[in-house]
Ligand binder design. Structure first.
Ligand SMILES: [Zn+2]
Ligand SMILES: [Zn+2]
Length: 360
């Protein structure tokens, strides 16, 4: 009996010690987490990527996803840094968060350029415009450039966010959030042809828009950015077509959308097996207005671009090992550097050279 009681007491004492140790560990882990959070917050608040990049043209992937749900990729968004100036092409869902995470405060964004008005390319606009306003104390609305139709996009977002804007001003004061800086202001340009048309030129930054083929979506454009002898082209959403090839001729970097028919077919067949005809029909329809990785590689090869980055991933690649099947033989078609974009990728084209540097 005495021996049993001794064993029980020893067991209880051991348990109490374990609880005390776990409690101590818990507190220690919490304290470590707080210390890490403090350091991360200090760094995040102080970081301004535009001050760390060399003079030149830079592409920052603020969203490499598509309309298909993908927890690892924000919706379509590419930020172009030219010198210290920050331009955003499309603003898909979650893109403002990616910008923040790479040290580009939305308050730094000078203007947004839309390629077309599919929901996945605009559904992050509200958050971007709001964050740009409140974090940058903007005095004027965010310019929203695009082909005809961009006016109603700007007006719609302004209307949807107007009530919130009054709460922000009431709470933080007009000096912190100047009412004049709320929202978006449409900057429509006449629809360009496939040959391209300069839609922005200022301080050595030239932006050319050109018509692409995303039928029945109309208008739909791509953009070419030129700055200090370096150039990059954003295809927008498009089936393979000559306009991208023509406007990308000799560019340092081509950022091209891509869809894998083979992988989309797997989703279509799964939808059929699950008796979801609507989803199956959608999966059957989408390949005809997008480009395959092979299409993009052919365009890059013919246009003789310096590098090709594939984005707007359809379908989402749940495993990194799927990049091989996604690309197929694209790497044999284009003989320059080719990779699948990931959110946060920064591609630098420093002025006065030929370098193409990828940081991820
Ligand atoms: Zn899209
Ligand atoms: Zn689209």
């Amino acid at each position: 009996m005495a021996a049993n009681r001794t064993r029980r007491l020893a067991w209880l004492a051991g348990g109490a010690c374990l609880v005390a140790i776990l409690g101590g560990l818990y507190l220690t882990r919490g304290e470590i987490a707080l210390a890490v959070t403090t350091r991360v917050a200090d760094k995040a608040m102080a970081t301004n990527l535009t001050k760390e990049l060399p003079d030149g043209l830079h592409a920052v992937v603020c969203g490499s996803g598509s309309p298909l749900a993908d927890t690892t990729r924000a919706g379509p968004c590419l930020t172009v840094v030219a010198g210290r100036r920050v331009f955003v092409v499309d603003a898909g869902e979650g893109s403002a968060e990616v910008l923040n995470s790479v040290g580009l405060s939305p308050g730094l964004v000078e203007a947004v350029f839309l390629t077309h008005f599919h929901s996945d390319h605009i559904d992050g606009l509200g958050a971007l415009a709001m964050q740009r306003w409140v974090s940058g104390a903007a005095l004027a609305p965010l310019p929203l450039h695009g082909p005809p139709g961009v006016e109603s996009i700007a007006a719609g977002f302004n209307e949807a966010y107007r009530q919130d804007s009054t709460y922000r001003v009431a709470h933080h004061g007009a000096e912190t959030v100047p009412p004049s800086g709320f929202g978006l202001t449409a900057q429509p340009f006449a629809e360009p042809g496939p040959d391209g048309k300069v839609v922005f030129e200022d301080g050595g930054v030239k932006i050319t828009a050109f018509a692409v083929d995303h039928s029945p979506v109309h208008p739909a454009v791509g953009y070419r950015f030129d700055y200090k002898g370096r150039s990059l082209v954003v295809s927008g959403d498009t089936a393979k077509n000559a306009a991208v090839e023509k406007n990308a001729r000799g560019a340092d970097l081509l950022v091209h959308e891509a869809l894998s028919p083979r992988l989309v077919a797997i989703l279509r067949e799964a939808a059929q097996k699950a008796d979801r005809p609507n989803v199956a029909k959608l999966m059957a329809d989408i390949p005809d207005y997008h480009a395959t990785p092979q299409d993009a590689a052919r365009t890059a090869q013919t246009a003789k671009v310096g590098a090709l980055m594939l984005t707007h991933m359809v379908p989402p690649l749940r495993m990194r090992a799927l990049e091989g099947p996604f690309l197929g033989n694209a790497r044999r078609i284009f003989d320059g550097p080719l990779w699948v974009a990931r959110d946060g990728d920064v591609v630098s084209l420093p002025a006065g050279g030929k370098d193409i540097d990828l940081k991820r």
